[in-house]
Design a protein around this ligand. Structure first.
Ligand code: SF4
Length: 358
């Protein structure tokens, strides 16, 4: 079900909130500066003409008058220049207003408030945020998450239907021919290493956990190829245990927002976790990743179409022109297909196509 049009969604956040205002302010300042610049020479010429006339008519009589007129003209010109310079300075100060506020030292309390406000804004924009891997049980999500390393969720979703159909249970995969598995997961890249990991997981689940994927962090991270990130994805989305998923999008965005300067995913996870109640961790992760994939891209963030501009200290890192920024969006609300072949029922976009479909 489509909840709103692309233009509606985009206009709500960026253009209305700050982008539009800023542009309007800059335009106003530019017009004023131009008018002042035009007036300055005009005033100068008028003053000069006045001076000449006075000089001619009072020649020999009032020799001090021209000097006075010249001084008046000069002071008018100086005043005009001063005004123009002041307005230019004001315009310069106004342009990076969003960034300037956050460049000032921010107390922990202010940071917590700003971070939670960003989360609330994202919750409105991405009310349908969800994990973008297709899965029906913890076993499928665990395997899909391992396969998603160094590739897109879309590619994983296009690959796993064949894998799960051939090996529906951990014991099936544990007893598989590795070469067959390699062929099935080849489209996800690094297929030999990934085959070892997922077959190792299947054996460990079969032998050590009675065929069921464990629901505890300390057990999950003992499985081959499973780190904290993978474990939190599984815990948060298959077991309902709150967890923060620090993937490449999450790390990039929280650093842009100055929630933390850490680059190590475990440290990022702890720093961000300290800003939010546990109950928010899983949904926050989805929203941040959605925002990173759709608007705040790695190389070309669409700042001019971003809903959290006033809260972002990195505003201006990407395109600020609303029209140009809108063209950078990768957004389901604009009719683009999502990553999942089987998205949740409330997803407002199109499902992704199967592998090889046009
Ligand atoms: S960097 Fe730009 S696109 Fe990213 S969150 Fe900030 S304002 Fe939005």
């Amino acid at each position: 079900m489509v909840k709103s049009s692309e233009s509606g969604t985009q206009a709500r956040p960026a253009a209305k909130k700050t982008g539009g205002k800023r542009t309007a302010a800059e335009k106003t300042t530019a017009k004023t500066a131009k008018a002042t610049a035009k007036k300055a020479p005009a005033a100068k010429s008028a003053a000069a003409r006045k001076t000449t006339a006075e000089t001619t008519s009072t020649a020999g009589k009032k020799s001090a008058a021209p000097k006075k007129a010249t001084r008046t003209a000069a002071s008018k010109t100086a005043a005009a220049k001063k005004t123009t310079a002041a307005k230019k300075t004001a315009a310069k100060k106004q342009a990076p207003a969003a960034g300037a506020a956050a460049r000032a030292p921010e107390s922990h309390t202010a940071l917590v408030r700003r971070a939670r406000k960003i989360n609330r804004e994202l919750a409105e924009v991405y009310s349908y945020a969800h994990p973008e891997l297709d899965f029906e049980n913890p076993y499928q999500l665990l395997l899909a998450t391992v396969l998603s390393a160094q590739t897109t969720d879309l590619r994983v979703n296009q690959t796993t239907p064949g894998l799960f159909a051939r090996y529906p249970e951990p014991e099936d995969l544990a007893a598989a021919n590795p070469e067959e598995v390699e062929e099935l997961i080849r489209p996800t890249g690094f297929f030999r290493a990934k085959t070892k990991s997922i077959m190792g997981i299947a054996r460990a689940v079969r032998d050590e956990f009675g065929g069921e994927v464990p629901g505890r962090l300390e057990d999950l991270v003992k499985l081959p190829g499973v780190g904290r990130k993978t474990a939190f994805v599984v815990l948060g989305n298959a077991f309902g245990v709150p967890g923060i998923t620090v993937d490449t999008h999450f790390g990039r965005l929280v650093r842009r927002w100055r929630w933390t300067e850490e680059t190590d995913p475990d440290k990022v996870e702890r720093a961000v976790g300290a800003l939010f109640p546990k109950s928010e961790w899983t949904e926050l992760s989805h929203r941040v990743i959605f925002h990173g994939r759709r608007i705040c891209h790695s190389r070309k963030p669409a700042c001019g179409a971003c809903p959290i501009t006033p809260l972002c200290p990195s505003y201006g890192e990407g395109e600020t022109d609303p029209e140009k920024a809108r063209k950078l969006l990768k957004y389901e609300m604009g009719g683009m297909p999502g990553q999942r072949l089987k998205p949740p029922p409330d997803y407002p976009g199109k499902p992704a196509p199967p592998l090889g479909a046009a």
